[in-house]
Ligand binder design. Structure first.
Ligand code: MEV
Length: 333
């Protein structure tokens, strides 16, 4: 039975503007939050002694899980015995709550129901897993009467990103926890970006779910097979990202557009694009976008186009005509 409403926490989706995949190998990348798409957690009190239940009712068609207190306790006991990452449970939702409780030094889950709603589509490179995990960390803090800074939230969420994505760079959890445009290099202090002008982005969804874990693993396989070739592409992407940062900071939108398209061509070389993504990129460019590229893991999922606001509708129509299952337009400032 659902009890008194305690509060709601949320976290945005994200999109990688430029630099995905190379960022896993230490190159810089730029990511922006997508605040129009939110993961939310509603917190309700539950009867004393009932523990914590996590309900994820609308996370799209592939996840529909509900944890009873008993199942949750089992997860916690598995986790407390876990010594090796391969023994971790495959479900990240109780894991992130457990990590947060541990981080806060709390032994027992509070008596609450955490009900997740997310409009960040799953498996599209829009950061759904990190957004849900971040909203859950914030909800766990809320019910425990604590608050954590973005750096620590990002650190906790990163543990679940490893569980889900294998060898993530950490960019998704960072941009989502900070909710600001970031220039990110693994292991370096975070740099928040100040945009000279707002960015108008159009996102086109191929409608094809994609696994970041799979594309990251495929890039790694190619890199192991021929390190010099892959590193050549990573270096070129790194240089493009550094130039894109300058273009953003001085408001050179047409140069930024060229750099985005150049990045797409390098991602094609890394074999993470797909015919559907390529078709949407070409359609956006033909409709007048300043630049376009796949965004996120690739292999399906989404692409983005940098657009002058006056032609946003034109670009969205062109993407739909080229097969996009849905489109979104965002202003990032
Ligand atoms: C996923 O949003 C971005 C990738 O570069 C993977 C990562 O950085 O962890 C593909």
């Amino acid at each position: 039975m659902v009890g008194e409403f305690v509060g709601r926490t949320s976290a945005p989706g994200k999109t990688i503007l430029i630099g995905e995949h190379a960022v896993v190998y230490g190159k810089p990348a730029i990511a922006v939050p997508v605040t129009q798409l939110l993961a939310q957690v509603d917190v309700f009190r539950a009867p004393a002694g009932s523990g914590m239940r996590i309900l994820s009712l609308d996370l799209g068609c592939t996840i529909d899980t509900e944890y009873s207190q008993r199942e949750y306790s089992q997860q916690l006991s598995i986790l407390s015995k876990t010594t090796h990452p391969s023994e971790m449970p495959s479900d990240p939702l109780p894991y992130v709550v457990y990590q947060t409780l541990q981080y806060l030094g709390l032994d027992h889950p509070p008596d609450v129901i955490l009900q997740i709603h997310s409009d960040v589509p799953l498996g599209r490179g829009l950061g759904s897993s990190a957004a849900v995990a971040t909203a859950l960390v914030r909800a766990t803090c809320l019910v425990s009467g604590h608050s954590l800074p973005p750096e620590e939230i990002s650190h906790i969420v990163f543990q679940t990103e490893i569980l889900q994505h294998g060898t993530p760079s950490g960019i998704d959890n960072t941009v989502i926890a900070y909710e600001q445009p970031i220039f990110y290099s693994k292991g370096r202090p975070l740099e928040r970006l100040h945009l000279h002008r707002p960015l108008h982005l159009c996102i086109g969804d191929t409608g094809i779910p994609a696994s970041t874990r799979a594309t990251v693993a495929a890039v790694r396989q190619n890199w192991e097979r021929d390190p010099a070739k892959s590193e050549g592409y990573f270096n070129e992407i790194g240089q493009i990202v550094t130039e894109a940062r300058l273009a953003l900071e001085i408001g050179q939108m047409s140069r930024l557009g060229q750099l985005l398209t150049a990045n797409h061509h390098l991602l094609q070389q890394l074999q993470v694009s797909s015919p559907e993504l390529d078709r949407l990129v070409v359609a956006a460019l033909q409709a007048g976008a300043l630049g376009a590229k796949l965004s996120g893991g690739g292999g399906g999922g989404i692409m983005l186009a940098l657009v002058n606001p006056g032609i946003m509708e034109q670009v969205q129509r062109a993407l739909k005509a080229a097969g996009a299952s849905q489109t979104w337009s965002f202003e990032i400032s």
